[in-house]
Design a protein around this ligand. Structure first.
Ligand SMILES: NC(=O)c1ccc[n+]([C@@H]2O[C@H](COP(=O)([O-])OP(=O)(O)OC[C@H]3O[C@@H](n4cnc5c(N)ncnc54)[C@H](O)[C@@H]3O)[C@@H](O)[C@H]2O)c1
Length: 261
């Protein structure tokens, strides 16, 4: 089992929601935290709340340079990276095509910008953060975990063709990375998993259709949103338990994923 104390977590999107909750949880257990985000004020608030040695970096995850600076900041300050949590993410929901109810003709379409922006942040951004961090983890002989964030949306949610596609990608990446690391004899040292939360109480949900969300929640067996802390506790357990790799771990309160059963 790995210990959290003095282990170094690099967390993107760590100024809010699930990323911030992981940062708090990690620091409470004696870990060191490096947070990358684009929200300057929220970053400063996170640093002063968590305190200690917390490092913050203004980092747009779509930028190669920013991701390299983020990973370098962790190595420069603490000499290593042990947990990579590339949690920066957005939603921009819309139907791909919306036919008018009266005429039956398509009147609205998801724009290319709406599709591309979600892909840039949720998919390309994760690729860049993980690539820059894993390079340094290998070169500095670090032990630890890459923990991606998929979603129950990876199974396909109407109105989220952009988001669901990126989250489906997150559920295949642990298999690819684990296989690649295994080929190079590194998979016992650097593991990769994904978590797949259901609907979790964070600001990202403000971008959803609230009526649709209420309807979805009626079908969730625990009858409430998941708390960010409940997701953070899973991330920490995945880090500690070195038998866990290459897999997706759901935390969704029993959400029935489309089944009416
Ligand atoms: N909340 C949920 O219900 C839920 C469910 C499943 C998966 N997730 C995933 O968890 C992750 C975190 O979501 P959250 O609910 O905490 O959302 P959030 O909106 O609370 O936090 C997202 C953070 O990402 C940052 N961010 C956005 N664009 C960025 C960029 N280009 N570069 C750097 N940072 C950027 C934001 O500033 C914000 O601090 C996302 O990947 C999301 O898809 C959330």
């Amino acid at each position: 089992m790995l210990e959290i104390k003095d282990s170094v977590a690099v967390i993107t999107g760590g100024a809010s929601g699930i990323g911030l909750s992981v940062a708090r949880y990690w620091a409470r257990q004696g870990g060191k935290v490096v947070i990358g985000d684009i929200a300057e004020e929220a970053l400063a608030a996170a640093a002063s709340e968590i305190g200690g040695d917390t490092v913050t970096v203004m980092c747009d995850v779509t930028s190669e340079e920013d991701n390299a600076r983020l990973a370098d900041a962790a190595v420069a300050r603490f000499g290593r990276i042990n947990l990579v949590a590339p949690f920066a993410g957005i939603i921009m929901d819309a139907l791909m095509v919306s036919p008018d109810r009266e005429t039956g003709k398509v009147t609205k379409k998801m724009s290319l910008a709406q599709f591309q922006k979600v892909v840039d942040i949720n998919l390309t951004g994760v690729f860049l953060t993980v690539r820059e961090c894993i390079e340094r983890m290998i070169n500095h002989g670090c032990r630890g975990l890459i923990c991606l964030v998929s979603s129950t949306g990876s199974l396909g949610t109407a109105g989220q063709i952009n988001y669901s596609s990126t989250k489906a990608a997150m559920s295949v990446m642990p298999k690819v990375l684990t296989a690649e690391l295994f080929r190079r004899g590194l998979a016992d040292r650097i593991r990769c998993v994904a978590i797949a939360p259901g609907y979790c109480a964070t600001p990202i949900l403000e971008g959803m259709n609230q009526k649709a969300l209420d309807k979805i929640l009626k079908d969730v067996p625990i009858q409430r949103l998941i708390e960010p802390e409940e997701v953070a506790s899973l991330v920490v357990e995945l880090y500690r338990n070195e038998a866990l790799t290459g897999e997706v771990f759901y935390v969704h309160g029993g959400l029935r994923l489309g089944s009416k059963g």
